[in-house]
Design a protein around this ligand. Structure first.
Ligand code: NAP
Length: 362
């Protein structure tokens, strides 16, 4: 008979991905017990200033109720089992025990001290949070150097881009170039442009569908893609900082600091330039895409005219795609493609990382 391994899980972040992750862990608990011999128990769940903690595992009802209250805008500290906290390291201290895994589904660098403490204690950590890994190289080195830090959801959501990269490295493959479409939002805009849509109309539609952040400039600025490209390059072993990534923003400086409503009102000023670029690319059998490129010692994210029949050229809608050109994939690249938007996919990537970390210890 297989012995059941208890896996205490501490979760930082109770936003969209955090709530989806908790729901997935609650729903799949029996499956992991039966199939994997792992009993995943959420022992702590934190937002910015509050926490729910129970060393014996928070029950499904308490977790569901807290998730519903959070969705309605409450603080975790205000929920029935909640209390105020202002230091995630203390949560690691109180709730962590052998075999513990910490999941970071926030979007802040403030989690780094607590993640480092967890790793020092010998716990595992799984993250969807790009900020720590795209901060100073030395932070990336400290976190990933532990061998117990997994970050699949930071690049390409749940599409296993990091695992594929590590697989190529394990085989001593030589990676010559990586090209990716790493933003579902920008994918939607550029395939919409290709179909003849106006930039301003497409941005408004993406905002209305919830594909963009509340201020679309957060997506159009390209920083999110730059962070993903940096994490991918560092995973390949490159040593560089965010400032070394060549970044083309789609927001001209004149529109960067306007109030949101003025920005949206003036977006149409960009329509002609986008249409001209799309037409110029089309004249040469190319299509315009927002591409992250890691090649020849440089990391660049920005607009690129790519062959219409290339993997990125064929991509439609919000899917993410990464193409690896390597020694063992010399003619056609190794291509990974899949859903690049949606909180369930992001949470699934963290979920899989938690289980992988727990299985390493069986
Ligand atoms: N949404 C997606 O499709 C997607 C896909 C891939 C990766 N991701 C990544 O997943 C992460 C979470 O995304 P999301 O959409 O869930 O974001 P979100 O809705 O903004 O939630 C962020 C959560 O982090 C909490 N938080 C912020 N600072 C904190 C701190 N110092 N200590 C503890 N908790 C803190 C927030 O607390 P409060 O509730 O108190 O504000 C909130 O609960 C991000 O890094 C994002 O880039 C998202």
């Amino acid at each position: 008979m297989t012995t059941m391994q208890r896996v205490p899980v501490i979760i930082f972040g109770a936003g969209r991905v955090g709530r989806a992750l908790v729901q997935q862990l609650v729903e799949s608990r029996e499956l992991h017990r039966r199939r994997d011999g792992l009993d995943l128990q959420v022992v702590a769940w934190c937002d910015r200033d509050g926490a729910l903690v129970d060393d014996d595992g928070l029950g499904p009802e308490a977790l569901r109720a807290a998730g519903t209250l959070k969705e309605g805008g409450a603080r975790l500290a205000e929920t029935p089992l909640g209390y105020r906290q202002d230091d995630l390291r203390a949560i690691v201290d109180v709730a962590g025990t052998d075999g513990c895994v910490v999941a970071d589904v926030t979007a802040t660098g403030e989690t780094v001290p607590a993640l480092e403490l967890a790793l020092q204690r010998g716990y595992g950590a799984a993250t969807a949070n790009k900020v720590p890994l795209s901060g100073p190289q030395e932070t990336f080195d400290r976190l990933t150097g532990s061998g117990r830090f997994r970050y699949e959801s930071t690049v390409g959501s749940a599409v296993p881009v990091i695992e594929a990269t590590l697989g190529l490295l394990r085989a001593a493959d030589r990676v010559d170039a990586v090209r990716g479409a790493l933003s579902g939002t920008l994918g939607f805009l550029f395939t919409g442009l290709q179909a003849g849509g106006l930039f301003s109309v497409l941005v408004a539609e993406a905002l209305q569908r919830g594909y963009t952040e509340p201020d679309p400039r957060a997506d159009l600025g390209g920083l999110d893609v730059a962070r993903k490209a940096l994490i991918l390059a560092r995973t390949l072993g490159w040593r560089l900082e965010l400032r070394d990534v060549e970044l083309e923003s789609l927001v001209p400086p004149a529109l960067a600091d306007l109030p949101l409503h003025e920005f949206m009102a003036r977006l149409a000023e960009l329509d002609a330039e986008f249409a001209a670029r799309v037409a110029a690319a089309g004249g040469q059998g190319h299509v315009l895409r927002y591409v992250a490129e890691i090649a020849g010692g440089h990391v660049r994210v920005g607009r690129q005219a790519v062959a219409a029949d290339s993997p990125i050229g064929r991509l439609r809608g919000t899917d993410n795609l990464v193409a690896f050109h390597t020694r063992y994939y010399p003619d056609e690249p190794l291509v990974l493609q899949g859903r690049g938007a949606g909180v369930d996919a992001a949470a699934a990537g963290v979920h899989a990382d938690i289980v992988a970390l727990a299985k390493c210890r069986l």
